[in-house]
Write a protein that binds this ligand. Structure first.
Ligand code: SF4
Length: 251
């Protein structure tokens, strides 16, 4: 299971290049309002050992020190990326941390992008939405088009509603990146019309400026998950490619 420091890397990311990670969740635990069957941080129940969230000040000091060190050693950074062991917007200092990060990026690595990997469940909160609008890449997850399907693949906390997330993302006017994990297991199959057709309808409704479609890359908490090949994923999204959507596929 992945467990990351508050500031980690840079690592090579298949989606974001040379990526310096920021983990706004506990360093030795996991905190998420989803519990995805493919989560590389493992199940939520295995991540309760540490519940302490880093403060805005801690993140700022650690990021400043790391960016100074990387700059002194001429280490390339393409993206400063909020990812780590759970959902970054659950940190109550999220908006302030984004502002600090943008300032530090401008000072030390002005060409780097600031990216946030989020499950979009809190994109309806005004402070979170405003912060997500300020970053270069707000990368929002929608894997499943219905609550019943999301209950299988994402196992969200009570109260999750795909329609509510779609409504909140409409307010972004397409200025976000949609991320979708495709996979196959005994009770979920991204290749089937029950998943694919509804997901494509959501894409057509939201018209995100970029779409990242990917499959599992590392060990998953559920053992029966099958990766999809890049060719399979390309075939699945071909109608959207034909309609002009910009879709990147990561196998
Ligand atoms: S949303 Fe991300 S961090 Fe949360 S359970 Fe799913 S994959 Fe893991």
């Amino acid at each position: 299971m992945l467990r990351e420091k508050t500031v980690f890397g840079p690592i090579h990311s298949r989606r974001l290049g040379n990526s310096l990670g920021i983990n706004l969740l506990p360093e030795e635990g996991k905190l998420c309002n989803f519990d995805c069957i493919y989560c590389e941080c493992g199940w939520n129940r295995d991540g309760h050992g540490d519940t302490r969230l880093p403060s805005a000040r801690e993140v700022r000091d650690k990021l400043d020190a790391m960016l100074r060190r990387c700059a002194a050693e001429s280490i390339a950074i393409d993206s400063i990326t909020f990812s780590g062991d759970g959902e970054p917007t659950l940190n109550p200092d999220f908006a302030a941390i984004i502002d600090d990060t943008l300032r530090l990026r401008d000072r030390h690595y002005p060409a780097a992008q600031v990216s946030v990997l989020t499950n979009a469940t809190r994109a309806d909160r005004p402070d979170v939405a405003a912060a997500l609008r300020r970053v270069d890449n707000a990368i929002m997850k929608i894997d499943a088009p219905t609550n019943a399907l999301a209950a299988v693949i994402n196992r969200p906390a009570p109260g999750y509603d795909v329609a509510r997330v779609v409504e909140s993302l409409k307010a972004f006017d397409g200025r976000f990146v949609l991320q979708t994990c495709m996979l196959r297991c005994s009770d979920y199959d991204s290749t089937q019309p029950a998943v694919l057709d509804g997901w494509m309808d959501i894409v057509r409704t939201l018209r995100p400026r970029r779409i990242m479609v990917y499959t599992v890359d590392r060990a998953t908490p559920r053992p029966d998950i099958e990766k999809l090949s890049p060719d399979t994923m390309r075939r699945l999204v071909q109608p959207l490619l034909d309609e002009g959507f910009q879709i990147e596929i990561y196998g």
